[in-house]
Write a protein that binds this ligand. Structure first.
Ligand SMILES: [Zn+2]
Length: 159
């Protein structure tokens, strides 16, 4: 196939194969900015409530994803919740084995209908289960930057 011919199928095109590592920045938005500012400055998790649907969004959003109402009622939710689902990572992004497996979990915070995806720490990956009660471990206030990484990880609540 000549280089100027238009291929019928993409896989027939003559191409350089490779990977392009790409990073990006995506604004947190108005609600996200306030959510992260509360974590940074006060160590609190805030959500927004839709009175029509009686849902509390965490992370906070400006609009209800079900009825599209504008949300302006802010409510504090708990810094603890339950593991909704999780995965155990054994390999890093460069396809190298991790020295210690990592656990990523979706944690639904108590008092909310939403949740955060974050690391689980201070636990053996084999001990994690759906429904596990966990709490956020925040960085020291002076270390916080207004990002999701102001949460070091979630850990099991000791009972
Ligand atoms: Zn709604």
């Amino acid at each position: 196939m000549a280089i100027l011919n238009k291929p019928d199928k993409v896989h027939q095109a003559i191409a350089w194969h490779g990977d392009i590592p790409i990073t990006n920045r995506y604004t947190a938005g108005v609600a996200g900015e306030r959510f992260f500012r509360e974590v940074k400055e006060n160590g609190k998790f805030m959500g927004t409530r839709c009175p029509e649907c009686d849902l509390i969004y965490v992370p906070a959003t400006m609009f209800c994803e079900r009825c599209f109402a504008e949300l302006d009622e802010w409510v504090q939710v708990e810094n603890q919740g339950q593991v909704v689902t999780y995965t155990i990572l054994y390999w890093d992004l460069d396809d190298q084995p991790l020295a210690v497996p990592l656990v990523l979990a979706l944690v639904q915070l108590d008092g909310s209908d939403g949740g955060l995806v974050h690391y689980l720490g201070e636990t053996d990956p084999e001990d994690v289960y759906i429904g596990m009660e966990v709490e956020a471990v925040l960085k020291d206030p002076a270390e916080r930057e207004g990002s999701i990484l102001d949460i070091r990880h979630f850990r099991p609540i000791q009972v």
